[in-house]
Design a protein around this ligand. Structure first.
Ligand SMILES: *Cc1c(COP(=O)(O)O)cnc(C)c1O
Length: 486
């Protein structure tokens, strides 16, 4: 099924072009002459640019073929734990590509784009309702950028109080971006061990609480897919110490419509619009890291952000405590509007089913895996939230590693789960089905894992994937010596 595909530049024929427009009847002018008057000679090209001369169907077919060489949410089940690769409803694309929205210039003055500011403002109202928090900004353009913004807010908050607090606590299961963001924001991250049941225990956190602790950064549900049961007690202990509780809300699809994070005691959060709110993502973008805070942190929010005086929408440019700009513009509007369309198309009555079905699907996989992956579920008795994690214990018995399981799954037509993360689970296999998958897809996926577990041979595993355009790559070599052309 994979046709060899040459470079587009080699597929052209002289004189061919995508579209033919009729002559408009105007006289042609030599723009080169005019250009020479206006532009320094050294910037004017000597030769025509080397562009492919191809027809429109050639271009469409070329790129459609290339796109089919990859695994994507529109073609394959994509249970990549921690990444929430849910199906992206087309209604979002339709709304975000409407002409007057798609062609917006980011520097258009606010008074000329009042409806756009209204969308941003209304979206903020929705997030406030869903979280209980008091204000949101959208300028961070990814989850990690949201974390960094949140921590800069914490830093500025203590600076404004004249307190020098330099420690951020975080569990050992934290996403790699958490320690990175806190170091970048000028804190020292200190790791707390996860308890035997997979969540952080308040009594363990208590041991680390000192006057130097600015806050705790806690992912909830955590990276093992479990609800942090002690969260309320942890928040209370932190607040007693004058510290701030930051929640990494990248996994908000397990909560949306069911729990308001403020009720747990959370002070600030980042929500990954590209995950929970169904924007297509992966391979580095695009993203949106909405940051929400409770009232006492509002003054420190990055600027500009949208405000409403009852009549007009405007841009607040910041008071003396604002941390400044995080990105050049107000937000990644293409992402925000998809998130907005997603919420509106669900309606408030359907939003809770997102988290309910995400949790149901993950628990279905977890329970069905019980017989297949004996002894590989460290938290077998616990219910999970939106994802479930296994060790490599069961597949070790048929001498197959986590990496080989991942590669074998590709030949069954599934994107692999997240592997070897979180670090504190041996050979971790992390499955996040998301709420957009049917029971039939889940059953097919489980059947594939079952076949691999009981039938796969090491020799065959080492050569997988076999059915893809690019076969098994030497990953070390590919990292050290990437080849961009072939
Ligand atoms: C995805 C994720 C992040 C990082 O988000 P990016 O948008 O990739 O920067 C942070 N924390 C958790 C728990 C995540 O799942």
């Amino acid at each position: 099924m994979f046709i060899n595909e040459g470079l587009l530049i080699k597929q052209g024929s002289k004189g061919l072009s995508g579209i033919s427009v009729p002559s408009c009847g105007l006289k042609e002018r030599d723009i080169n002459k005019k250009a020479r008057e206006l532009i320094n000679e050294k910037y004017i090209r000597k030769k025509d640019p080397c562009l492919p001369e191809v027809s429109e169907p050639d271009v469409v077919r070329h790129f459609t073929r290339l796109s089919s060489w990859n695994m994507c949410v529109d073609l394959n089940f994509y249970p990549l734990g921690s990444c929430t690769m849910k199906y992206n409803p087309r209604i979002n694309e339709i709304v975000s590509s409407m002409g007057n929205i798609r062609s917006l210039h980011p520097l258009t003055p606010g008074r000329l784009v009042q409806p756009v500011l209204k969308i941003i403002y209304n979206f903020e109202l929705m997030l406030k309702e869903l979280t209980g928090l008091d204000a949101f900004v959208f300028s961070p353009q990814a989850g990690a950028a949201g974390e960094f913004t949140g921590l800069k807010i914490v830093k500025k908050y203590f600076e404004s109080k004249g307190e020098d607090r330099h420690i951020i606590l975080m569990p050992d299961s934290a996403h790699g971006t958490n320690p990175a963001s806190s170091s970048l924001a000028g804190f020292i991250p200190v790791e707390i061990k996860t308890g035997p049941k997979g969540y952080i225990e308040a009594k363990e956190v208590q041991k680390y609480i000192t006057p130097d602790v600015a806050g705790i950064m806690i992912t909830n549900p955590n990276t093992s897919g479990l609800f942090e049961k002690d969260i309320a007690a942890i928040c209370e202990a932190m607040h007693k110490n004058g510290s701030v509780v930051y929640m990494d809300g990248a996994n908000f699809n397990a909560f949306i419509g069911s729990i308001r994070v403020k009720d747990l005691g959370i002070d600030l959060i980042q929500l990954n619009l590209h995950k929970t709110f169904s924007t297509p993502h992966g391979g580095g973008g695009p993203g949106g890291g909405a940051v929400g805070v409770v009232d006492y942190l509002r003054d420190f929010l990055p600027v500009p952000y949208v405000v409403f005086d009852g009549q007009n929408y405007g841009l607040f440019q910041g008071g003396k405590n604002a941390i400044g700009r995080i990105s050049p513009f107000l937000c990644n509007f293409g992402v925000l509007i998809k998130a907005y369309a997603y919420l509106l198309s669900l309606g408030s009555s359907n939003i809770p089913s997102v988290s309910e079905i995400a949790i149901l699907n993950a628990n279905y996989v977890k329970k069905r895996m019980k017989g297949i992956f004996k002894g590989a579920d460290l938290f077998e008795e616990e219910l999970c939230m939106h994802e479930c994690v296994f060790t490599d214990k069961a597949i070790e018995e048929n001498k197959i590693s986590t990496l080989e399981l991942a590669k074998l799954l590709i030949d069954y037509g599934f994107h692999p789960p997240t592997v070897y993360f979180p670090k504190n689970i041996h050979g971790a296999i992390m499955i996040e089905p998301t709420e957009t998958e049917s029971i039939r897809t889940l059953d097919n996926f489980i059947r594939a894992i079952e076949k691999i577990r009981f039938k796969a041979k090491k020799s065959s595993a080492l050569k997988s994937p076999k059915k893809t355009k690019v076969k098994r790559v030497n990953e070390v070599l590919a990292n050290k010596n990437p080849v961009y052309r072939y």
